[in-house]
Design a binder for this molecule. Structure first.
Ligand code: GLU
Length: 401
């Protein structure tokens, strides 16, 4: 008889924590399966169906034979479309080329490819706080060190070039930048972004600019991105994808735009992990990026609904003046402070548990984003559900205050 193998996680993942955003929705789904009427404002996922013109393009692509491997970095027409879109923002002398684009299985893989290819032991990576939970784990999976940089709550937790410069050391190798920000919905304006990019360029840091929420912004235009303002892109990796703006989370298509040698390295890494992103999904993304009039109309309609939900949610939360909530300019999250009466340090976790147990609302504790006294709710759910959930949050807040 063979001896029983006892699982000991390898040193690679010994410190790894499961994604809290995913865990909250998994729990909400399990409770729903048990018959509880949960309003799931956990994981950030548009509640809309992928627009019909994209679904049709995917169906046609399957019938036309898009069922085999593609180039690891993705089909050329998609990379060309991504480069063309990037060149609407980048006006430097070195237009973005298809060879600088790597298409991956969701922008999560794009971010991971970039972290794993650029950072390693001894490197420090600046991560503004609060930030999306997976940045911390991805930097650590690359065995680099996370240097959290707490933003100013009075400025929607945005960091500044000065606050980054203060914590940088000679070992600083990179910066995780994200605007509109998950979880706060804050948007960096062009001047703020330019100041940060100038500093990074002077100091020789890689900037990973995650722009997945760029088109979900309420200022009447897409939020400014790194390619709109950077003086140079020699140290820039722009990450984007179709999941959020085009309601295509399940298709898993993200990409990086980076200097060609970085693209080559990430491509080599991807060639040993997943190879190409799903062929049919690449064709769906191609339709999303090239059927511009239809895409713009679909995005405008979705953003209008997100805006209406945001406004309705803020109006309800505003009825409780003690409840501190950040008014978001982009993405589809509301970041709010747990009642002060709850134990400091993990108040967000206690508040999220209370909401789930007593009011059937699933929210993500702020500890996932390194601000443990806060919680995040998504408003990418039907407006009536969002409004119902906000009323329950106000009630819970009053019960605990
Ligand atoms: N990025 C979304 C969120 O923050 C989806 C879940 C995830 O990938 O973490 O909720």
């Amino acid at each position: 008889m063979s001896p029983e193998l006892r699982f000991q996680p390898s040193a690679n993942i010994a410190q790894l924590k499961e994604s809290a955003t995913i865990a909250v929705s998994t729990k909400a789904k399990a409770l729903r399966a048990e018959g509880r009427q949960i309003i799931d404002l956990g994981a950030g996922e548009p509640d809309f169906d992928t627009p019909e013109f994209i679904r049709r393009a995917a169906q046609r692509a399957i019938d036309a034979g898009a069922t085999r491997y593609t180039l690891t970095e993705g089909i050329l027409p998609l990379r060309e479309a991504i480069a063309a879109e990037a060149n609407r923002h980048w006006t430097g002398a070195d237009p973005v080329k298809a060879a600088e684009v790597v298409v991956s299985t969701g922008s999560k893989q794009s971010l991971f490819n970039a972290c794993f290819s650029l950072f390693g032991p001894g490197d420090e990576v600046l991560v503004p706080v609060p930030s999306w939970t997976s940045y911390f784990e991805m930097v650590e999976l690359a065995r680099a060190t996370v240097v959290p940089v707490l933003g100013d709550p009075a400025r929607g937790f945005k960091v500044t070039a000065a606050s980054l410069a203060q914590v940088a050391t000679p070992r600083t190798r990179g910066l995780m930048l994200n605007s509109p920000v998950n979880p706060t919905g804050s948007v960096y304006d062009a001047a703020e972004l330019r100041a940060i990019l100038d500093l990074a360029s002077q100091r020789g840091w890689w900037v990973l600019s995650d722009e997945i929420y760029q088109r979900i912004a309420y200022g009447g235009a897409p939020a400014p991105g790194a390619l709109d303002v950077a003086a140079s892109r020699h140290n820039l990796i722009v990450i984007n994808g179709v999941a959020k703006a085009y309601a295509m989370t399940g298709w898993r298509i993200g990409w990086t735009i980076s200097p060609a040698p970085v693209a080559k390295a990430m491509n080599a890494l991807q060639s040993h992990t997943t190879s190409n992103a799903a062929a049919v999904s690449q064709h769906a993304a191609l339709a999303a990026l090239t059927q511009v009039a239809e895409a713009d109309a679909a995005i405008a309609a979705m953003v209008a609904q997100f805006r209406a939900r945001r406004d309705a949610a803020l109006a309800i939360l505003g009825e409780e003046p003690r409840l501190k909530v950040l008014a978001p300019d982009g993405a589809f999250y509301l970041y709010m402070r747990a009642p002060l009466g709850l134990a400091g340090g993990e108040a967000g976790t206690a508040f999220a548990s209370y909401l789930l147990e007593n009011h059937n609302v699933a929210a993500v504790p702020g500890s996932a984003f390194l601000t443990p006294d806060w919680i995040r709710t998504s408003y990418a759910a039907e407006q009536s559900q969002v409004e119902d959930a906000m009323r329950r949050i106000v009630a819970a807040f009053r019960e605990l205050s």
